[in-house]
Design a protein around this ligand. Structure first.
Ligand code: HEC
Ligand code: HEC
Length: 331
């Protein structure tokens, strides 16, 4: 009798030991900044969490009509941006007001969206998920749909220790996956680490860049994370006041009118078309834009001055190409 009880206890103990703790995620190196990836204490990435986040990111079953995934508008081959100016890939087929940006190095971003209206990846998730023109999901319906799928019950259990699926766990997993989308191994990075030499043309471009662009597109993230107007003309046909306001929508400060978050220039060769409205189709068009600003606009917004017009544009474009880390295509 005694022995039997003992055997039972050992068996129970072994059974418990089988519920494995998720393993801390090992981020791919190198990093663009510092030697660790910034993460909130309550949601540190694990192998299991990232795997689940990836599964969710590419799964159209998250949307109201079962056809739209996060990856429909954030496609790996475009550095997780979209290839059209204003996407209409959402469930309603209606065009969105802004261009879908690249999702890289967002662990280092302090504000998200073009107007900086969201502070962290965990809370952002629900906006595209529920938006009627993006994924149009009803959260309760979605959670019970996932709950009914054995592969998701298993994956949530492995990542969060319970197979009762919650919206908090869903958004945490998606945030963990997005923090792994790191781009920091371009030719420029390898040059910075002394692993290769850039060409004379690229080096010339880097000089022009440092003089005229780095103030806002500040290395190593190639964004200052702040909000500026870069001289884009205001839309003549304003169908959405919200779109026009830019940063002012969040701060309510008139000085922030039509300002947008400086986008990173890493992987810029993969993410055309450009700007918050996708209005410039190529890098040549972007440089043409910066080279033809009026004096008053240059002065008002601290944009590249007239001397920029006479710089070697081919060199600058060569440098921008050196910021591409194509390993992002395989995440
Ligand atoms: C129908 C297209 C579409 C879908 C689907 C979509 N997004 Fe987006 N996403 C956008 C657009 C457009 C923006 C820019 C919105 C803005 O800034 O106002 C954006 C912005 C973002 C940003 C902000 C990036 C930055 O640099 O500030 C993140 C993060 C993001 N989306 C994650 C997701 C996730 C996660 C999902 C799935 C749950 C998703 N998106 C689904 C179109 C989409
Ligand atoms: C005063 C700050 C500032 C300076 C200086 C500046 N930019 Fe920008 N840049 C921005 C902002 C802000 C945006 C986004 C504007 C928008 O969408 O309305 C942007 C957008 C871009 C984009 C589009 C990125 C994308 O993902 O859509 C490119 C490319 C670019 N800038 C290149 C340059 C180059 C090259 C220079 C130097 C010649 C330069 N910028 C100088 C602030 C600046």
């Amino acid at each position: 009798m005694q022995i039997k009880r003992y055997v039972l206890l050992v068996a129970l103990a072994l059974g418990c030991a089988k519920v494995r703790e998720p393993k801390p995620y090992r981020f791919s190196m190198p990093l663009p900044l510092g030697d660790t990836v910034p993460q909130p204490a309550h949601n540190r990435a694990t192998e299991e969490g990232v795997k689940l986040g990836r599964m969710l990111f590419f799964d159209p079953r998250l949307s109201g009509n079962g056809k739209v995934a996060c990856a429909s508008c954030h496609q790996p081959r475009y550095s997780f941006a979209d290839s059209v100016a204003l996407t209409s890939r959402g469930v309603s087929g209606k065009q969105l007001a802004r261009h879908a940006p690249a999702l890289i190095n967002l662990a280092w971003a302090e504000k998200l969206f073009w107007d900086g209206g969201v502070r962290n990846l965990e809370s952002l998730t629900f906006s595209p998920l529920r938006h009627p023109d993006e994924m149009g999901a009803d959260l309760n319906v979605l959670l019970s749909r996932l709950q009914a799928l054995p592969e998701y019950r298993r994956a949530f259990k492995a990542a969060f220790g319970t197979d009762s699926i919650t919206s908090a766990a869903l958004s945490r997993a998606l945030a963990q996956y997005q923090r792994t989308l790191i781009a920091a191994n371009s030719r420029y990075d390898r040059y910075q680490r002394g692993q290769l030499q850039l060409t004379a043309l690229e080096l010339e471009g880097m000089q022009i860049f440092n003089q005229h662009c780095a103030r806002c597109h500040t290395p190593p993230l190639f964004t200052d994370g702040k909000f500026h107007r870069n001289g884009l003309p205001l839309p003549t046909q304003i169908d959405s006041a919200r779109q026009l306001l830019g940063r002012q929508r969040i701060t309510l400060n008139p000085a922030d009118f039509a300002k947008y978050k400086t986008p990173t220039l890493r992987n810029i060769t993969l993410t055309a078309p450009y700007m918050h409205d996708g209005s410039l189709p190529t890098l040549q068009a972007v440089l043409h834009h910066y080279a033809h600003l009026s004096d008053s606009v240059i002065k008002a917004h601290h944009l590249p001055d007239k001397s920029f017009r006479h710089t070697h544009q081919r060199a600058l474009i060569a440098f921008l190409h050196a910021l591409t880390d194509s390993s992002i295509l395989y995440r």
